[in-house]
Write a protein that binds this ligand. Structure first.
Ligand SMILES: Nc1ncnc2c1ncn2[C@@H]1O[C@H](COP(=O)(O)OP(=O)(O)OP(=O)(O)O)[C@@H](O)[C@H]1O
Length: 300
């Protein structure tokens, strides 16, 4: 379990992360979203023990991260541009990680050679950006960390590699209980991958939820009433996040258990009633709108 308690980090007096409290449970794949400058990288660097919080603390399994090599040996931080020693190859980087990560798994390193198919002797500086990112994932997965912290890592990979990396993330989370914290600007990516999401804005969390809860709790429904008067009475009984009228059909975004919503709507005997599925992006737009934020300004 990762616990952040009232964590603040300032640069030149300005808070990049501002009194943020968060718990990430073991084995979770946790997605962190937010606009440019929201504080995601700063937060990830505090979780990885690279930055020391000015206030509050970060603990992994109850132990402080900053300047704690024992905890750091169990985690891997993959920044948005992976760092390798100058002039080094994958083989040389593997030698380094082998010496510092007690969990390094030789068999896995060899097996992943069949997935990433990169020349292990070639200088990493001669690789393309995407290839360097693949190399970083290869090394990270071979270290078998308990916590993998990823700063916008997947966007530069081609679709085939993205699929491979996602499968490895799912596998390690499910089979070994590896925790993944991943920042991204790509909602669809997060929707596919994560079981939990948080949105940051100006150094704070504005929304944090299980993806399944978000999906189970929010519904898009289309209704047409026989009796116009039913519309208002029904709305009073539902938790309406959004409403749009399209001719005789009314489209609602509502919060609540699906069965409860259906029961209430059906009691008004509508002649059209459909429940449609919502994407994570739509849910965010309505949830954040309800909380007084314009998602377009926060994410897009
Ligand atoms: N080393 C630094 N020195 C000074 N200010 C910094 C430093 N790192 C981050 N900041 C500031 O802290 C704020 C948060 O930056 P951060 O990189 O954490 O945001 P982010 O959410 O990762 O953004 P992006 O999506 O653009 O990568 C920004 O205002 C940024 O200018």
């Amino acid at each position: 379990m990762i616990e952040l308690g009232e964590v603040t980090k300032r640069f030149q007096g300005e808070a990049a992360v501002d009194g943020l409290t968060l718990v990430v449970r073991k084995g979770s794949i946790f997605g962190l979203l937010g606009s440019n400058g929201a504080g995601k990288t700063t937060l990830l660097k505090m979780i990885a023990g690279i930055y020391k919080p000015d206030e509050g603390g970060v603990a992994i399994e109850g132990e402080t991260v900053y300047e704690n090599p024992k905890v750091k040996q169990r985690m891997f931080f993959l920044p948005d541009s992976p760092y390798f020693f100058p002039q080094s190859s994958i083989e040389q980087m593997a030698r380094f990680y082998r010496s510092v990560y007690p969990g390094w798994n030789e068999e896995r390193y060899a097996m992943l050679g069949g997935v990433f198919k990169l020349d292990t002797k070639r200088k990493l500086s001669r690789f393309s950006k995407g290839m360097r990112r693949q190399a970083a994932f290869w090394l990270a997965f071979s270290c078998m960390p308990d916590l993998l912290v990823l700063d916008e890592p997947i966007d530069g990979l081609d679709p085939v590699m993205r699929r491979h990396v996602k499968n490895l993330l799912f596998q390690d989370a499910a089979e070994r209980g590896m925790t993944v914290i991943i920042s991204s600007h790509n909602l669809r990516e997060i929707e596919d991958l994560c079981d939990h999401v948080a949105i940051m804005h100006k150094g704070r969390l504005v929304l944090e939820k299980e993806v399944d809860d978000l999906k189970e709790d929010t519904h898009k429904i289309q209704i047409a009433f026989r009796e116009q008067a039913h519309e208002q009475v029904m709305e009073e009984r539902l938790d309406v996040l959004h409403k749009e009228t399209r001719g005789s059909v009314v489209l609602y975004i509502v919060r609540g258990e699906r069965e409860d919503v259906s029961r209430i709507v059906k009691s008004f005997d509508p002649y059209v009633f459909d429940v449609l599925s919502l994407t994570l992006e739509e849910i965010f737009i309505y949830e954040m709108g309800d909380a007084g934020y314009d998602i377009q300004l926060i994410l897009l």
